[in-house]
Design a protein around this ligand. Structure first.
Ligand code: ADP
Length: 483
């Protein structure tokens, strides 16, 4: 009998369902874009009915297009946008409002007030996170306080994984996985349980809390696609990418270059507390063993290429940036700081703006493109240096995301970071990771087998010394921050 896996990748901009064979090779994909709602300044919402419809349509189409029978599907994996909060009715499973998306800043003042009250240290200590509207707890509190829930005490609050599992199992499962739980701000990552102090701080003591499962656990069965199919793997998107890159060894790093850049370092069984404004989080939990990670994010990575393409009209397609950068004068000393939406880790300067330095009459679109690609590599070096300063030891770096397709950029990374860079054949590592988890959870594979499934596409070795350029760029960055 044929064996397949289906993974649901519920992301911020779209929902996808991906079909894999028994060698975990990608066979087919269905995708539906999601409407982004911006009802007020700083508010970002998703329609939960639309999310649910996109999930069922993507999975049904995948099954139909490939003439699959439900008993040929070994199991389903789920990966999702993290931190986003959903609210739905316990009985009817109908959403009670739109989801508040991770980017939403409506609870900024509330978080600021808590910071002034000196609560940030407690939160950092217990959760490894910062006190910021980004994380789920303040959004949960907002929904609880602002919806008229008096008539409905049967509501459920949860992250997107919990919502999807609840819908897929028709209300039988009310579960979350440990990586999604670790981003809520109510989960103590040291003791691995919901924390009563945190629940009190966020006024969430009376909500029903989903049971927290390991990543390759049994999450229930769905009967919505023609027969029973098990759900055996769940992880938040960045953690799924860590698994998809098989970063199971201490010191292994995955760095994802999509719209922004998310870098995650496996710190093993050590919960490393950051003194450099990085986040400490749970990488994964398998076979009763927790692996921790340090995480840093850069707001602008691939979107800088969109910026050059759409605003400056330098090229038609993002991939054309590679040819332009190859033609640039490598000694041009043009520098760019891509702080278009402020600066993320390790600086966290929300009001910073982007800037270009060092222009001469010789500077052209080639040099500016080179400077932009370099700026993303330089920001990555800052993240890695922050991780090293926190005691993290880096053994290998694996890249993924759309921008990693740019071989010139991947080489720049190897040069800037002075480390070998590995790019896998399948750069959609988020979905791959959830599939690996579904394979482990259904007893189809062991964690140790996964390295055989992961295939390298290209390895980039350090060739050029970019130390002095990096230092010059840092000087400009400092100037910009101090302005
Ligand atoms: P997301 O998941 O955040 O939507 P993707 O992983 O799909 O992002 O990557 C898309 C981003 O990568 C876009 O911002 C695009 O500009 C950039 N990108 C894609 N291909 C290239 C390339 N060859 N060179 C540089 N940037 C690229």
């Amino acid at each position: 009998m044929r064996s397949f896996f289906i993974t649901i990748d519920q992301g911020t901009t779209s929902t996808r369902a991906i079909l894999y064979d028994d060698k975990i090779r990608k066979l087919d994909i269905t995708q539906i874009e999601l409407t982004q709602y911006y009802p007020k300044d700083g508010w970002v919402e998703h329609d939960l009915e639309e999310i649910w419809l996109s999930v069922t349509s993507c999975v049904s189409d995948l099954i139909k297009n490939n003439s699959l029978k439900s008993d040929e599907i070994v199991s389903i994996g789920i990966t999702n946008q993290r931190e986003t909060v959903a609210i739905w009715d316990n009985k009817t499973l109908k959403p009670l409002s739109r989801a508040i998306v991770w980017q939403d800043r409506r609870t900024s003042n509330y978080c600021q007030k808590m910071r002034e009250d000196g609560i940030e240290e407690v939160i950092k200590e217990k959760t490894g996170l910062l006190l910021d509207p980004y994380f789920s707890a303040s959004k949960m509190k907002w929904l609880k306080n602002n919806l008229d829930l008096k008539k409905n005490s049967n509501y459920l609050l949860g992250t997107i994984d919990t919502f999807l599992v609840s819908k897929l199992t028709e209300g039988k499962s009310f579960l979350t996985d440990i990586t999604n739980a670790s981003r809520t701000s109510i989960f103590n990552i040291q003791d691995c349980r919901y924390d009563e102090d945190l629940l009190k701080i966020f006024d969430l003591e009376d909500i029903q809390l989903p049971e927290v499962k390991e990543n390759a656990d049994f999450f229930g069965e769905t009967e919505l696609f023609g027969g029973k199919i098990k759900i055996c793997g769940v992880a938040g998107d960045q953690q799924a990418a860590l698994i998809g890159q098989t970063c199971f060894d201490l010191g292994s790093v995955k760095s994802t270059y999509g719209t922004g850049c998310f870098l995650m370092l496996n710190t093993g069984q050590d919960l490393v507390k950051s003194k450099n404004k990085l986040l400490t989080t749970i990488g994964y939990k398998l076979n009763n063993e927790i692996t921790y990670a340090l995480e840093g994010s850069i707001f602008v990575a691939g979107s800088s290429m969109q910026f050059l393409r759409d605003r400056f009209k330098f090229f038609e397609k993002a991939e054309d940036s590679e040819e332009l950068a190859l033609d640039a004068d490598k000694n041009s000393n043009v520098f760019l700081v891509p702080a278009f939406t402020g600066l993320g880790a390790p600086h966290w300067v929300p009001d910073a703006k982007g800037a270009i330095f060092g222009l001469t009459l010789n500077s052209g679109i080639e040099e500016l493109t080179l400077a932009t690609l370099e700026s993303v590599a330089f920001q990555t070096r800052e993240l890695l240096e922050a991780m090293k300063a926190d005691g993290g030891e880096i053994s290998s770096i694996k890249v993924d995301g759309g921008m990693s397709n740019n071989s010139f950029f991947s080489q720049l990374l190897a040069d800037t970071l002075k480390t070998e860079i590995y790019r896998p054949e399948d750069i959609e590592t988020t979905a791959l990771g959830a599939t690996y988890l579904a394979a482990i959870g259904s007893g189809f594979a062991k964690k140790e087998d996964l390295k055989d499934f992961w295939k390298v596409d290209e390895k980039f070795l350090p060739k050029n010394d970019l130390d002095s350029k990096f230092k010059a760029w840092q000087k400009y960055l400092k100037k910009l921050i101090e302005q």
